[in-house]
Design a protein around this ligand. Structure first.
Ligand code: GTS
Length: 206
């Protein structure tokens, strides 16, 4: 398997954590796509992902899979029992729902803030920017974090009693918020405690 990524960037980091959780990291060849140099806009890369975004997983038969959720779904089923995306119909549905809430409410909102209200990836890469809309996305991200804080007041992980892909998305989304200089309110105490606990997982700490 190959993973096209830009190491250290948030969406590729989601897949790095999933790979580590499934003990698959050493089975992957990582190929760096320099986003700052615009390598993701080259025709050869757009053939792999028409969205022009990393990460992309490429299988031995040439199949390319983009979107972190789809890649994680594949990895979770290719190595042992599913541990990240749920086993029963109910688990799968709840994890999917919470993953999407973390993604839309934090990850995607922070990303939109970064690309619109800050210099983002620089003038050569950021074509259209709308700062007002970007600022609004920061408010959305803070609202998303407040929602997750409320969820974590009632249960240890976002989708219930076990760690899942929803936790990966939210954890990396908070890291992206730090990078984009969105200040996470200190009174989100449940979110902060959960974040400290997740940071200790071997898939993240090492
Ligand atoms: N929904 C996609 C996923 O789940 O994979 C998002 C992918 C994405 O936005 N990737 C960013 C990218 O390639 C990299 S990251 O900075 O968000 O980690 N962006 C290219 C660009 O031109 O914005």
């Amino acid at each position: 398997m190959k993973v096209y990524e830009f190491e250290g960037f948030p969406n590729p980091a989601r897949v790095r954590v999933a790979l580590a959780e499934k003990n698959l990291t050493d089975q992957v060849e990582f190929v760096q796509i320099d986003l700052l140099a615009g390598e993701h806009r080259a025709a050869t890369f757009l053939e792999k992902n028409p969205s022009g975004a990393v990460p992309v997983l490429e299988l031995e038969d040439g199949t390319t899979i983009s979107e972190c959720t789809a890649i994680t779904e594949y990895l979770d089923h290719v190595s042992g029992e599913p541990t990240l995306t749920g086993r029963t119909p109910q688990e799968r549905a709840v994890i999917n729902m919470m993953q999407r809430r973390a993604e839309a409410g934090v990850m995607d909102a922070v990303s939109a803030y970064f690309h619109h209200a800050t210099p983002g990836l620089g003038p050569d890469i950021e074509g259209y920017q709308n700062a007002e809309w970007g600022e609004h996305q920061r408010d959305r991200a803070l609202a998303g974090m407040a929602y997750l804080d409320g969820v974590l007041a009632k249960r240890p992980y976002l989708a219930g009693d076990g760690f899942s892909v929803a936790d990966i998305t939210a954890f990396i989304g908070l890291g992206f918020a730090d990078f984009a200089k969105i200040e996470i309110p200190q009174d989100y105490v449940h979110l902060a405690a959960w974040r400290a606990r997740i940071a200790e997982r071997p898939s993240i700490a090492t």
